[in-house]
Design a protein around this ligand. Structure first.
Ligand SMILES: Cc1ncc(COP(=O)(O)O)c(C=O)c1O
Length: 368
């Protein structure tokens, strides 16, 4: 049996007619930038997130960069984020001109260790970017308390968590602003790049929209210099079509995660932990195994047709890109240890119970 890590083709085939019609609608209207398709998607996505404003942008990295700029964060400022994420999170901080300050992770959720945040706050700290990694919301209440106490902004990196819920509140409604990626493999994925910023604040939304569209307030009327970072109409129409399926797809991901948990329960594989009162949406299903075992398991799965991934093989502070910050692996022991032990098993809504059982049985063949 061949099981990919993600199967975008299976998803396309399941909604092909709707998608093709949406694409044709844009092609025949020839409104490719801005216009009704983008507006309509932004409205629908804001409703899904339960927020007032959604601003479509070109990708999730720009969403983070533009949010930081909209909040006035830049040179001389520090922004705190998690040591385990995709580089886009920290890259956006640097792009905005601020300094990246990493905090180690909680070893069971892989999200930012909320107990490590306060000690890195200085007079220059302006914001915290918690990441809802793998689809599980970061523990936001302690982060929001700290932000309030120290007068910091909070930008949620929700690139992997469309539709996730933290203590009854949708991700995207928790911080000052929240950023989503619509990279094709995401829970809500475009057929190209795309991203969005959501917020309940009118002024932040106005600034973000202006910054993402050359700082313009009207045709050839530019209040400031911005960037060219717009969600295009083709992607918007595709995303709005897919959005209708997102609640079901997220539910399927959760069912698949629970099926994996069951099939792996009598093994030494450590399955994901959901914190209390959270509805994770399993963008990834990440297990943990003893350091020496990971390659053995990966190779055995691969030779049986099962593709796995590692998210991420190097904790952010240990990347060459951050050597200039002069941290070492001992500064982030949990993120470093996790990067050597985590393994992402196939996860997508179309995955079936028999495939999940096959993955688990193949792991069990190793006597683990
Ligand atoms: C946690 C996280 N943040 C930010 C991004 C950046 O999104 P994009 O690839 O759309 O720029 C991604 C996705 O790639 C991500 O996984």
């Amino acid at each position: 049996m061949r099981i990919p890590l993600v199967d975008l083709k299976a998803q396309y085939l399941s909604i092909r007619e709707e998608i093709d019609a949406a694409i044709t609608g844009v092609l025949t209207s020839t409104t490719f930038i801005g216009g009704p398709f983008v507006k309509s998607f932004e409205k629908a996505f804001a409703e899904l997130c339960n927020v007032k404003h959604c601003v479509g942008v070109a990708n999730g990295t720009d969403a983070l960069f533009i949010s930081l700029k909209a909040l006035g964060i830049g040179n001389g400022d520090e922004v705190v984020t998690a040591a385990n994420s995709f580089i886009a999170t920290s890259e956006a901080i640097t792009m905005a001109g601020a300094k990246v300050v990493f905090v180690d992770i909680n070893p069971s959720t892989y999200n930012i260790d909320v107990n490590g945040v306060e000690e890195v706050i200085t007079e220059r700290t302006k914001a915290i970017i918690p990441v809802h990694l793998y689809g599980q919301p970061a523990d936001m209440d302690p982060i929001l308390d700290l932000a309030e106490r120290y007068n910091l902004r909070v930008i949620e990196d929700a690139a992997q968590a469309h539709g996730a819920v933290y203590r009854g509140r949708k991700v995207g409604t928790l911080g000052d602003m929240a950023c989503f990626s619509f990279y094709p493999g995401k829970n809500l994925g475009a057929y190209g790049d795309g991203g969005a910023i959501v917020t309940n604040d009118d002024e932040f939304a106005r600034k973000a929209r202006m910054l993402g569209n050359h700082g313009r307030v009207g045709k050839y009327d530019h209040e400031i210099e911005g960037v060219n970072s717009r969600l295009d109409a083709l992607q918007a129409a595709i995303l709005e079509t897919k959005l209708r399926h997102l609640p079901y797809w997220n539910e399927r991901r959760r069912e698949n995660a629970h099926a994996y948990n069951q099939h792996l329960k009598d093994t030494d594989v450590i399955t994901p932990v959901e914190i209390q009162n959270v509805r994770a949406v399993y963008h990834l299903y990440v297990v943990r195994v003893k350091r020496g075992l990971r390659t053995k398991i990966r190779d055995h799965l691969e030779s049986n047709g099962i593709t796995t991934g590692i998210h991420y093989p190097t904790a952010l502070p240990n990347l060459k890109a951050y050597a200039y910050l002069q941290w070492n692996e001992n500064d982030f022991p949990e993120a470093t240890r996790a990067s050597r032990e985590i393994l992402s098993l196939p996860m997508f809504p179309e995955l079936g119970e028999s495939q999940i059982k096959y993955v688990a049985d193949t792991i069990k063949e190793l006597g683990i």
